[in-house]
Design a protein around this ligand. Structure first.
Ligand SMILES: Cc1cc2nc3c(=O)[nH]c(=O)nc-3n(C[C@H](O)[C@H](O)[C@H](O)COP(=O)(O)O)c2cc1C
Length: 224
């Protein structure tokens, strides 16, 4: 792989952000563009190469509204739990995300396309079940591929899961057979507006990289 390919890939991986406020709510997204992103997503890895993904794309206004109402209920409940006491008790970065997420929750019905990513089967229920990681890990790479492909086409989105508090209700709206299909994430997709993205702000890896054995003090070097 040459240097410019590597740097293009690194650039996409470091600048694909959660876009909520900067979605163009008035510019339709052609179905063909969504199809292109889905075509990229189907190359993602999955456990035993099962490829058990299912994608339900919604561009019908009434259906979007019905899903968005459930999303907003779920968000309001989430927000109420998070901000017991005062919203000022929430750390600044979490508050920034919360403000942006609130905007999305209140405008979701206007986002051009909602892509609901689902997977065949139901997840193992027990916490720590050895198949749990494989179940969710078999769908998140496809979600991330979709988001990267969308980003490369001038689109924006944000991975969202808050509506899952109302998974059954959303299943009823969309005719999804809840007992054998699991909803994983809802991706609101629109064209991006405004400036192009800088790399995301992320914590350094200091103390989080361990070579050869776990070092509780966070030293990342096993040489002494
Ligand atoms: C598993 C998962 C669930 C998420 N759920 C939501 C959600 O329900 N609503 C929302 O607005 N954002 C959600 N996000 C988006 C995160 O808030 C976002 O990825 C994070 O704040 C980083 O944003 P940035 O890339 O713009 O820095 C979720 C992200 C992940 C990975």
């Amino acid at each position: 792989m040459n240097t410019s390919t590597t740097s293009n890939i690194d650039q996409a991986l470091t600048t694909t952000r959660a876009i909520r406020r900067r979605l163009d709510l008035d510019r339709p997204v052609p179905r063909a563009v969504i199809d292109e992103c889905l075509q990229v997503a189907r190359y993602a890895p999955s456990g035993a190469n099962r490829q058990a993904w299912q994608f339900l794309a919604i561009d019908d206004p009434a259906t979007k509204l019905a899903v968005a109402e459930l999303y907003r209920h779920a968000f309001d409940q989430y927000q109420a739990r998070l901000t017991i006491g005062s919203e000022l008790d929430v750390p600044a970065e979490a508050r920034r995300v919360l403000d942006s997420a609130r905007f999305l929750a209140h405008h979701l019905h206007r986002v051009p396309v909602l892509v609901l990513v689902c997977q065949d089967g139901r997840p193992p229920l027990a916490a720590g079940h050895p198949r749990l990681s494989g179940y969710y890990g078999s769908i998140y790479p496809a979600i991330w591929s979709f988001l990267l492909a969308a980003h490369a086409r001038g689109l924006g989105s944000s991975l969202t899961t808050v509506h899952l508090a109302y998974e059954r209700e959303v299943a009823a709206v969309l005719g999804i057979p809840h007992e054998r299909i699991t909803q994983i994430a809802l991706l609101p997709v629109g064209f991006r507006t405004g400036r192009t993205h800088q790399p995301a702000a992320r914590a350094e890896l200091t103390g989080r990289v361990h070579w050869n054995a776990w070092k509780e003090d966070g030293t990342d070097d096993d040489r002494g």
